[in-house]
Design a protein around this ligand. Structure first.
Ligand code: FES
Length: 121
């Protein structure tokens, strides 16, 4: 089981290859935003990597980060497009509390959506 550390929250065992966005909610009990339901459209599922940032990303993540001018910001990634398949530490920087939103968004599916096409970050 890979370990997920959320800065200032704790370290958690996560089922191998679980979507990071769902692990943040389920294992780390974070009120993580995911307004578009995990479809690489909203960027509210963003996290800040401290360590273990994946070298690959989905084409969908790359496209939306590029469109929003966020590509290349060190450590900034979309948790709905990342699998927990190794040890990592992130800061939870986009949470329901204080967002003014009525809810965190529809529960993302178990598998990455849209279906993952992997590219170098
Ligand atoms: S981009 Fe919307 S939940 Fe990830």
């Amino acid at each position: 089981m890979p370990k997920l550390t959320v800065t200032d929250v704790g370290t958690f065992d996560v089922p191998d290859s679980k979507r990071l966005v769902n692990a943040l909610e389920d294992e780390a009990s974070i009120d993580q935003l995911h307004a578009c339901g995990g479809n690489a459209r909203c960027t509210t599922c963003r996290v800040q990597f401290v360590s273990g940032e994946p070298e690959r990303m989905t084409q969908a993540e790359k496209d939306v980060l590029t469109a929003r001018g966020l590509i290349g910001q060190a450590g900034l990634r979309l948790s709905c497009q990342i699998l927990c398949d190794h040890e990592m530490e992130v800061k939870a920087i986009s949470r329901l509390a204080g967002s003014g939103r009525p809810d965190a968004g529809k529960r993302p599916a178990d598998d990455i959506t849209p279906p993952a096409v992997w590219v170098e970050k």
